[in-house]
Design a protein around this ligand. Structure first.
Ligand code: URA
Length: 234
């Protein structure tokens, strides 16, 4: 490209900008929104959404009542390009204090399960349906889940994992939009936007019912083979 070409291209761009400004002014536009949020949104234009973008949009979220009692928004941890995503229902006491999902007693069991399938917490992604702790660890209410679910769905679109593992009935039913009990859903793959979903028992349930660990191991074996199958195909 010669200097003259660059000059011509520059003048054409200037002309296009000038005509756009005239059009906007004639149609009543009297200024531009140059707030940090708008500039940020324009900067992201046309590129795939990252987890940082989603976290930044969430801000100091007050979309539901759970915000009033929380210490931290527990967004999620792990590899933004993980092949495996674990989804729980919502942060508990420890998670709310530390700002990280699955760090309490159930979390320690989940970490063991992750190690048992040859992975580590930083090689997978771990998150929850709701990002703030329901008081007294009650189940999240339908309205709380409805407000938070879009965030989870954007996280999944950004990560595009090879497999999703939902932990317990709340996460499974919310993601798959069903009300079937977990005992009838676990053990086989379901579909979420062309991503295989393996529902399994929640680690907190396993702490109370250790005889179910065998079932979870069967589910995890299927998860492992699906992840490895994907790897061998690429
Ligand atoms: N239980 C969940 O469902 N999620 C957590 O992060 C911790 C416990």
């Amino acid at each position: 490209m010669t200097t003259m070409d660059i000059y011509k291209e520059f003048m054409q761009t200037l002309d296009a900008v000038s005509r756009t400004m005239q059009f906007l002014s004639q149609s009543g536009q009297i200024g531009f929104d140059c707030t940090e949020k708008t500039v940020d949104t324009l900067g992201r234009w046309g590129r795939p959404e990252t987890l940082e973008d989603i976290r930044s949009d969430l801000g100091d979220c007050h979309r539901c009542g759970l915000s009033s009692g929380r210490h931290h928004i527990v967004f999620g941890v792990g590899d933004p390009k993980a092949r495996l995503v674990f989804i729980g229902e919502g942060p508990g006491y420890e998670e709310d204090r530390q700002g990280e999902p699955f760090v309490g007693a159930a979390g320690q069991l989940l970490t063991k399960i992750i190690h048992a399938i040859g992975l580590t917490r930083d090689k997978v992604y771990i998150c929850n349906v709701v990002k703030c702790r329901p008081p007294g660890n009650r189940n999240p209410l339908p309205d709380e889940m409805a407000r938070c679910l879009p965030v989870l769905k954007r996280q999944l679109s950004s990560i595009r994992p090879a497999v999703i593992c939902t932990l317990g009935s709340v996460a499974t039913q919310a993601l798959l939009d069903v009300d079937t009990p977990i005992s009838r859903l676990r053990g086989r793959f379901h579909d979420y936007q062309d991503i295989p979903v393996m529902p399994t028992y929640h680690p907190a349930y396993l702490l109370r019912n250790p005889e179910r660990k065998r079932d979870v191991w069967e589910d995890m074996k299927q998860v492992m083979s699906r992840i490895n199958r994907g790897l061998n195909e690429t």
